[in-house]
Design a protein around this ligand. Structure first.
Ligand code: GTP
Ligand code: NA
Ligand code: MG
Length: 290
């Protein structure tokens, strides 16, 4: 990328933590809070990635179904996350998957922000969480360390704005930039076949700008982009760096964690996808024959 073409981009955030500590609840609560302004009616359908605005700054959230997907994405070399929110329930404290999440984030070199959740519960003990995190080399700010920590409640909405502020502060430190003036590349967050719309792939654009009409290869699938739809259901004419967007027009469904890229023409796209499909088949055959 040409340095001169680099511009600031929103942070891409994933949520990690132990089972039932409130990852989904927290994502839902953040989305609901931000959805209130500007949108008619609540949005209830599941969405793999969305963007919110806090004080005029955008933040992109990816709802990976647990850290398995995070690991899978990392294994495929698709480093998509800038910041990891580590959710720890204040009534349950640090648990095995909390420790695993810390290890994943550290291995990926992704800074952690700690969200101490469920502080509305009477058995909540936030200080115990901080002490236990210290034993796993996570030294939080309120104890004099460098890792931002915020006490929140996904249930009551307490301090969700503070959590968003912490994300923006961390993003500022990271000084995230990307070049929007180049051919688009990114990662597939999820994909499914929709009865009415055909293949629907939610992708995260990481470099460049994607526009309808372009031809892309995503994993072993390809297609001409028929439409780009935001998490708010709006059809858009372009999606720049760190934007999550639904892509319509692919021939089939790629896998979560697959990379996508724009290619110059249909025959090139077909060639790449056929080659990759052959590789997938060969691997399956090799596995079956031990
Ligand atoms: P998995 O995806 O299964 O790992 O769980 P999760 O981390 O996404 O947790 P989820 O959001 O499903 O929440 C688990 C339970 O905790 C649900 O019953 C939530 O209602 C409850 N819960 C989540 N956040 C809060 C909170 O802030 N306060 C209280 N009191 N309950 C909460
Ligand atoms: Na759960
Ligand atoms: Mg969940």
């Amino acid at each position: 990328d040409d340095e001169g073409d680099m511009v600031s981009r929103p942070p891409v955030v994933t949520i990690m933590g132990h089972v039932d500590h409130g990852k989904t609840s927290l994502l839902d609560a953040i989305r609901k809070t931000s959805v209130v302004s500007g949108e008619a009616g609540g949005i209830t359908q599941h969405i793999g990635a969305y963007q919110v605005e806090q004080n005029g700054h955008k933040i992109t959230f990816i709802d990976t179904p647990g850290h398995a997907a995070f690991t899978a994405m990392r294994a495929r070399g698709a480093q998509a996350t800038d910041i990891a929110i580590l959710v720890v329930a204040a009534d349950d404290s640090v648990m095995p998957q909390t420790i695993e999440s810390i290890a994943h984030a550290k291995a990926a070199g992704v800074p952690i922000i700690v969200a101490i959740n469920k502080v509305d519960k009477h058995e909540a003990d936030p200080q115990k969480v901080r002490n236990q995190l210290l034993q796993h080399d996570v030294f939080v700010e309120t104890m004099g360390g460098e890792v931002l920590d915020v006490e929140v409640s996904a249930k009551t909405g307490l301090n969700l704005d503070k959590l968003l502020e912490a994300i923006l502060l961390q993003a500022e430190i990271l000084d995230l930039k990307a070049n929007p003036h180049r051919s688009a590349e990114g990662t597939v967050v999820e994909a499914q076949l929709d009865r009415g719309r055909g293949s629907v792939a939610t992708v995260l654009v990481q470099k460049g700008t994607l526009t309808p009409g372009q031809i892309i290869v995503a994993g072993d699938q390809w297609g001409r982009v028929r439409a780009l739809v935001t998490d708010k259901g709006e059809h858009v004419k372009s999606a720049g760096p760190a934007t999550p967007v639904e892509v319509l027009g692919l021939s089939g469904t790629p896998q979560a964690g697959d990379k996508f890229a724009v290619v110059e023409n249909e025959s090139r796209a077909r060639e790449i996808s056929e080659y990759r499909q052959r590789l997938t088949r060969d691997k399956a055959v090799a596995r079956a024959s031990g």
